[in-house]
Design a protein. Structure first.
Length: 216
């Protein structure tokens, strides 16, 4: 007799197959110098194209590969804004390495990785974004979401210009956003949740289809 465990196993396997087949699209940000103590900040952009709109059966998965160097990382506050003006605080209150500047060559994503704000310089590897509700007070941007999943909105087109905004609050130290800073986007199908009833219906339909094919 087929059990709940069987049907959930089938559903999990199907979800895994669908997730593995979802292509990841990389969109490269512009690069260059970060304005030093500029109250207007510095913006780096990329244009997202060809991404399907999330539905009840699919979700938008976003990660950020950030490659940045600066003499004093604690001067900076970093935000990511999508084409629909959803804004996430990526990092604030970063630490410095005395006399050697600082760097970020990391992937920011949702999950169980350490929060970048509470980690140590140099920043390398995987981190979760700041998402802090207490950013530095001089920033003119306001965070509207607290993690990358906030960019996933059913029925909302994610294509268009995404912006990486960096504030430098202290004059006298300089830095750059470097090649390799990339927005990675994919649409991931949501696994269908099987129950014994829906599983039997699907198996019955498959049996009828098989019989029909044999008679042709």
């Amino acid at each position: 007799m087929l059990t709940n465990r069987y049907f959930h196993g089938v559903a999990s396997a199907m979800g895994l197959i669908l997730s593995l087949s979802a292509p990841v699209h990389g969109f490269t940000f512009t690069t260059g110098a970060i304005n030093d103590a500029d109250p207007v900040s510095t913006q780096f952009t990329t244009t997202v194209t060809g991404i399907a709109t999330p539905t009840a059966q699919s979700s938008l998965l976003v990660t950020l590969a950030l490659n940045l160097a600066h003499d004093q990382l604690s001067d900076l506050e970093i935000y990511l804004t999508d084409s629909n003006n959803n804004t996430l605080l990526i990092a604030t209150g970063l630490s410095n390495v005395q006399g050697s500047g600082g760097s970020i060559n990391a992937t920011l994503k949702d999950g169980l990785d350490p929060n970048i704000d509470t980690s140590a310089n140099p920043y390398s590897g995987d981190f979760t974004p700041s998402g802090s509700s207490d950013p530095q007070t001089f920033a003119t941007l306001v965070q509207t979401i607290s993690n990358f999943s906030g960019f996933n909105n059913i029925g909302v087109d994610p294509n268009g210009v995404w912006t990486l905004t960096i504030f430098d609050f202290v004059e006298g130290n300089v830095g750059t956003v470097n090649a390799g800073t990339t927005l990675n986007v994919e649409i991931v199908p949501i696994p269908f949740e099987f129950s014994p009833v829906t599983g039997l219906i699907c198996l019955g339909a498959l049996g009828l289809y098989t019989q029909w094919r044999k008679r042709k």
